[in-house]
Design a protein around this ligand. Structure first.
Ligand SMILES: C[S@@+](CC[C@H](N)C(=O)[O-])C[C@H]1O[C@@H](n2cnc3c(N)ncnc32)[C@H](O)[C@@H]1O
Length: 212
């Protein structure tokens, strides 16, 4: 297991308490939330209804609540108890929550049909990303849905890292490096979907085991 800023950052109660309001309120926040749910719908196209889904990291549970409302059985896992406690107050007995580190998940092999990962990989250095991807692939029978913010331009780093002074480091993987990253984790690309082409960089990669 590795150490990086996002692992500790969200374990602070005040960060967890402000998480949803800072990101998903107001017109922009609600639009991004809606677009991310639409992205998830696209990534799940072709899969059956009522699946066993792992939402890692579940955070305050917005995606888990969406999936349970659609009839899926969801287990949400996160390293941060503080984030899950905020989520528990919002949910009405939807997802089962299990504290866990995505680099060493507390689930048996093939426990889920789908394992999904929104808004985490961008905060992880390479070693941690590979650990998490391998774990998602290990626990998922059918598909892994992994959201990245791929970008080629080094200037983008400058913009985000220095000018916007983001609180958390972001690691942008060039799109050309992703097939190799997936292969190192024992996965291969099935298809991908963009959040909003030309506006938001987030991309959902639908992956399957390279052994199948
Ligand atoms: C930006 S939030 C995303 C939450 C949720 N997926 C969403 O889209 O709203 C990042 C989450 O990753 C969690 N996290 C960071 N490192 C983790 C790890 N190694 N294992 C599990 N959760 C982790 C943090 O605690 C935090 O809740």
């Amino acid at each position: 297991m590795t150490s990086y800023k996002a692992k500790d950052h969200y374990q602070q109660e005040e960060i967890a308490a402000a998480y949803d309001a800072e990101r998903f309120r107001g017109l922009r926040g609600r639009s991004v939330d809606w677009l991310e749910r639409r992205l998830l719908d696209k990534a799940m196209e072709g899969l059956e209804a009522r699946l066993q889904v792992l939402d890692l990291p579940v955070g305050t549970g917005r995606m888990a609540r969406y999936l349970t409302s659609k009839g899926h059985h969801v287990v949400g896992s996160d390293i941060s108890l503080a984030m899950m406690e905020v989520g528990e107050k919002l949910s009405e007995g939807g997802a089962v929550l299990v504290r866990g580190d995505g680099e060493a998940l507390p689930f048996a092999d093939d426990s889920f049909d789908v394992a999904m990962c929104f808004r985490l990989l961008v905060h992880l250095p390479e070693e941690a990303r590979l650990n998490v991807l391998r774990e998602l692939g290990r626990v998922a029978r059918e598909r892994v849905i992994a959201v990245y913010q791929p970008h080629r331009l080094a200037l983008w780093w400058l913009f985000y890292g220095l000018l916007l002074r983001r609180r958390l480091p972001r690691y942008f993987v060039p799109p050309g490096d992703l097939p190799d990253e997936f292969a190192k984790a024992g996965l291969r690309l099935v298809r991908s979907h963009t959040l909003l082409r030309g506006v938001f960089m987030e991309q959902a990669y639908v992956l399957e085991s390279a052994r199948s």
